[in-house]
Design a protein around this ligand. Structure first.
Ligand code: 26V
Length: 817
């Protein structure tokens, strides 16, 4: 724990307001106060960071670098205070100044430098690395605009730019003295050096630069502070100078703007947007900056590049940074003068790759044309890698096995040649992992079986996890306090210990307190719902939440079909549907994903029908909370009774929201998909509602799927689907949902919504029944909290560290005492 020195904190705070902001203390706005506190906290972070670095250097510790186009870190103030162990004294200090810390925390803007699961996972990993005292640094991009802000107009999603104040964020340290100059465009001229060795020259290239910005990442207990390094693009003086000298001032300024535009905006994970040259340049930019930074650090302590992999591990977060394979080869061969074979050995031993999705539309390919234009030397290297690789494929599978060669080649042939980034990443890495057991199996069996048969030893699983520091301690402080009062505070560093809560499953006093925490969180969410969308919800109703990106495979539509069924049961049949229920949705649709946007509209229209109907709205409410983001997740998750994890089996790689909800005592209604399967293994089937087809059943059904059969079999489904078709939920915009109806009714609906409808309704009926026994419900919720210790990202990171990276904790527990 950091030691909180009241006086020096006060001095920092006051000096910042007076001398940096230039204001008398009593004129400081809320934002000023926030910045002043962040500044004072930042001093702690910096001091510990210097110590951490010294420790790593002294130990000559092997380092891991996590390369990711996205880091969805969320707000940092309360997290940093908690991890440093100075939250309470800081709150007391502020109170003395008449400032409420809880309110101040809400002033902080949520940095939205990620789309969803992949970016949030990267952020949890950084927290775990620091909390485990491991040398692990993040490399990413300092976008000016993060993921769009979502507003809703007449039930439709609208996107607004999200400017992330990267120039004024109190957490971001600009390293103005450091920069990397990067080549781009141009041609390769085949030359030879004086010994007659092949020496390609990258000529007529343009230059632009990457500037690093650092965010300090504090570990739990304040012993280790690592860093996340984000790069911004800028124009290089060299880039412009010739044009300026030529006198073309306007052209020079244009170039400057072009260079700076590279890191302007985070691309939404939108299949329509893939293939854009600017996105490719972003990926190159990240890789080029990161590898240079890694090499510079390596060279401070070592000189022999043949041992690079003994000191450095690099993890590729999906294929987005897969160009690292070519970039590392380029530097080792062209600049460090290693022979190809040695350079290749070092590269493969250094790199490791994580796959996060099986969806074919998300698998990256880039046209050879773009690579040739943007990074001609890298393309040349990729062709060389491919040629050597195909020779090995021929050795292994026979020289005439053209089918195998076509599948495994990095180059996809066709009208236009394309580079398959997954193949490049697999060939260039010593480890390929999926993010949940089932997903890793499918990577081997379905996605790349050929690679698996060639290199079975490369493939492994690392089931995702989430950090309990943010996802329990910070977002659910009352629950954290209850747990700590019961079993002590060591669970925060070692979540396995949380199983000790099982001892309280028959303790009525404890269960009552546990239930009261949930009730208070629900009340707080009810207040937030009132304040943001002007709806009143019954805090005693079942809070059933589906919060995640809107996507057909995640099946928000299945959830809606069930809600429509409940609505019609009350409205038409005048039947009782059990305890009152509040269904809450939150999530963004990719801007070009028409169907997903229509699903948002349908949620709103169903919500309108339900919420405005006095015959229904005491039993049922439907809420959509706009602009899903980390800080909203932090409110939703602690308040959930039921967590919806209902993707079509085989389509959700892992999910991590599922883990957060379960830890916070929500019962999952879910399919046998992603990490749900492992949650089931941990919490037990009596503490979950598992329904629907499993992966094998899905695969067997798909070719024979006949949605009509399900309608014929089930009158409830028939009524719901006819209501959708009849414009009952779109009286003023007839026909708008016709395409949703059509895709649900199509045998080609790959999400098989109807196939899981009946078991889904049955699972919800079971929930309604069980909720009426509050004590039993609380016990089962508690079992979810007690048995999800496995899903700490500390467990995940330890497995990466031992089995892939070969890095270690740099503080041993015994040294501390
Ligand atoms: C794709 C694209 C393509 C267009 C440009 C921007 C962009 C950004 C991201 C993606 C792919 C996202 C893949 C992803 O987020 N996968 C999720 O990863 C989570 C962490 O492993 C996992 O829990 C989710 O199940 C999985 O969907």
């Amino acid at each position: 724990m950091a030691y909180f020195d009241f006086t020096s904190f006060e001095v920092s705070f006051q000096q910042y307001v007076k001398y940096v902001l230039g204001k008398p203390l009593d004129e400081a706005t809320k934002k000023d106060q926030l910045n002043a506190v962040c500044y004072a906290v930042g001093k702690y972070l910096m001091d510990i960071h210097f110590d951490t670095r010294k420790r790593y250097e002294k130990n000559k510790a092997k380092q891991v670098y996590y390369l990711s186009m996205e880091f969805l870190i969320g707000r940092l103030l309360s997290n940093n205070l908690l991890n440093l162990g100075i939250f309470d004294p800081c709150a007391r200090f502020l109170k003395k100044q008449g400032i409420d810390l809880e309110t101040l925390v809400e002033e902080e803007q949520d940095p939205a430098l990620g789309n969803g699961g992949l970016g949030r996972l990267a952020a949890c990993f950084l927290d775990s690395l620091a909390s485990l005292d491991m040398p692990g640094y993040g490399y990413g991009i300092n976008y000016d605009y993060g993921l769009f802000r979502q507003t809703i107009v007449n039930g439709y999603q609208q996107e607004r730019p999200d400017y992330w104040p990267n120039r004024s964020s109190p957490w971001l340290i600009r390293r103005s003295e450091e920069k990397y100059v990067l080549p781009i465009y141009g041609k390769i001229e085949e030359r030879q050096d004086k010994n007659g060795h092949y020496k390609p020259m990258w000529t007529r290239k343009k230059l632009f630069i990457g500037r690093p910005h650092d965010i300090m990442i504090a570990g739990h207990r304040g012993r280790t502070v690592n860093r996340l390094r984000l790069f911004s693009a800028a124009a290089s003086k060299d880039f412009d100078i010739d044009i300026f000298n030529d006198g073309d001032y306007i052209k020079a300024v244009k170039r400057k703007i072009q260079s700076e535009s590279v890191t302007k905006i985070l691309y939404p994970s939108d299949s329509k947007e893939t293939g854009k040259e600017l996105r490719f340049i972003q990926e190159y930019f990240l890789v080029a900056c990161a590898i240079r930074d890694i090499i510079r650090k390596f060279e401070k302590q070592h000189s022999d590049f043949e041992t690079f992999h003994d000191h450095v591990a690099i993890q590729l977060n999906d294929t987005h940074p897969a160009l690292a394979v070519a970039e590392l080869m380029r530097i080792l061969v062209d600049e460090k003068k290693l022979v190809w074979e040695t350079a290749w050995d070092v590269t493969v031993k250094t790199l490791a790759f994580t796959n996060h999705t099986l969806l074919p539309e998300a698998l990256e390919t880039w046209s050879v044309y773009i690579l040739n234009k943007v990074v001609p030397r890298h393309l040349q290297i990729i062709f060389e890698i491919n040629q050597r690789f195909i020779a090995r494929v021929k050795e292994r599978f026979g020289p005439d096995n053209h089918e195998m060669i076509a599948k495994m080649s990095i180059i996809q042939e066709g009208d236009e040649q394309k580079v398959r980034m997954a193949n490049l990443a697999i060939i260039g890495s010593h480890s390929v992992n999926g993010v949940a057991k089932i997903h890793s199996d499918l990577v081997k069996k379905q996605l790349v079986p050929e690679f698996y048969s060639m290199w079975p030893e490369k493939f492994n699983n690392k089931t995702n996890g989430v950090t309990p520091r943010r996802w329990i301690v910070a977002c659910n402080p009352e629950l954290a306090k209850l747990i700590t009062d019961a079993i002590g505070r060591r669970w925060i560093a070692d979540l396995d210990l949380i199983w000790e809560l099982e001892a309280f499953q028959n303790d009525p006093g404890f269960l009552e307190r546990y239930g009261a925490v949930k009730q208070a969180n629900k009340q707080a969410l009810a207040d937030y719902i009132r304040d943001t969308v002007s709806e009143t919800v019954d805090p005693l109703s079942i809070f059933d939440i589906q919060a995640k990106r809107i996507h057909e495979y995640k099946r928000q539509l299945l959830n809606l079909l069930h809600i429509m069924h409940l609505y019609l049961t009350v409205k038409e049949d005048k039947k009782d549907i059990g305890p009152p229920r509040t269904f809450i949705f939150s999530g963004k649709a990719a801007p070009g994903y028409h169907t997903a946007k229509l699903i948002i509209k349908l949620i709103h229209n169903v919500a309108h029908a339900v919420n405005t109907d006095p015959a229904v709205n005491r039993q049922l409410k439907v809420i959509f909370l706009p602009d899903y983001r980390v800080s909203l997740a932090e409110r939703l998750i602690p308040a959930a009774d039921v967590s919806e994890q209902i993707s079509t089996a085989g389509m959700e790689a892992s999910g991590t929201g599922n883990m957060k909800f379960a830890m916070n005592g929500a019962l999952t209604i879910g399919t046998l998909d992603g990490a749900n399967i492992e949650i089931l293994e941990q919490v037990g089937k009596e503490n979950m509602y598992i329904f629907g087809l499993d992966v094998d059943e899905v695969a067997a059904l798909r070719p024979n799927y006949q949605p009509k059969e399900y309608i014929e079999k089930d009158d409830r489904l028939k009524r719901v689907i006819y209501a959708l078709r009849s414009d009952r939920f779109s009286p003023s915009e007839p026909g708008i949902f016709r395409s949703l109806y059509n895709s649900l009714m199509s045998p080609g609906d790959s999400y098989l919504n109807f196939a899981d409808f009946i078991p889904y309704v049955a699972a919800h009926q079971a929930i309604a029944n069980d909720y009426q026994q509050p004590e039993k419900w609380s016990t089962r919720a508690l079992m979810n909290t007690a048995r999800t210790g496995f899903f700490s990202s500390d467990r995940t990171i330890k497995a990466y560290a031992d089995e892939i990276w070969g890095i270690r904790a740099q503080i041993r527990e015994k040294d501390l005492w």
